[in-house]
Design a binder for this molecule. Structure first.
Ligand code: G3P
Length: 222
């Protein structure tokens, strides 16, 4: 199974609207067969990004477990899928939800629709693993947006999450994130047992996006 490089566009000015399209196309260009590259974009940009970068996997940054009807302002999953979402993250450190939200969303999503539940620590990862999401991304909140990668600052949280999740449900794959910047960080993440990385600012704030993406991919070999 290919390792993942998941880039969260958040609401960075460099990754919204036309810039989201440009960044997604850069990711499409950087894609290689041995890597699964995923762009996690604003709901507003799902359709345009999917149209402009059709071969790139595109996820939503959040979804709500609501049906069609009286749900003003919520992110309705089927609508998101119809607009191009091929997966979603949930419970990101910047958009926390309760465990029932994750559980109900999972029940509502089609089988095979990947969900990556984010966890701040091993305990939260443990709790989420019991629900059996496709992926769990462990991201220490204090390292998010910083210059030191979780793989350097706290490698133990990565390996301990991998072990904890594996003990509960070996089908759930673990990603790690926070401060991941380059191919060396990606390589270390995989050596620690992660199935890939979730990152944002290393790409969205890069002065040479193509070079950063190429380096991230190179971290996973050829
Ligand atoms: O979702 C990824 C994110 O929270 C990590 O952000 O900027 O530390 O790569 P960053």
């Amino acid at each position: 199974m290919q390792p993942l490089i998941v880039v969260n566009f958040k609401t960075y000015a460099t990754a919204m609207g036309q810039k989201a399209v440009d960044l997604a196309q850069a990711m499409e260009r950087a894609s290689k067969d041995h890597v699964r590259m995923i762009a996690v974009v604003s709901a507003f940009d799902l359709h345009a990004v999917k149209q402009a970068a059709p071969s790139l996997e595109v996820w939503s940054q959040h979804l709500d477990p609501v049906g069609k009807g009286s749900f003003t302002g919520w992110l309705q999953p089927i609508n998101a899928i119809e607009r191009g979402a091929q997966g979603t993250i949930i419970n990101h450190a910047e958009h926390k939800v309760d465990i029932e939200h994750v559980q109900q969303l999972m029940q509502q999503l089609p089988d095979e629709f990947p969900m990556c539940a984010c966890a701040a620590d091993v305990d939260e990862a443990h709790q989420l693993a019991e629900l059996g999401p496709t992926f769990i991304a462990v991201e220490p909140p204090e390292l998010i947006g910083g210059d030191i990668s979780v793989t350097t600052a706290d490698p133990a949280i990565v390996s301990e999450t991998v072990n904890a999740v594996r003990a509960i449900n070996p089908h759930v794959r673990v990603l790690c994130g926070a401060g991941v910047k380059d191919g060396k960080d990606v390589k270390t993440a995989v050596e620690l047992g992660a199935h890939g990385v979730l990152l944002a600012s290393g790409v969205t704030k890069a002065s040479d996006v193509d070079a950063v993406l190429a380096d991230l991919v190179a971290g996973l070999g050829n």
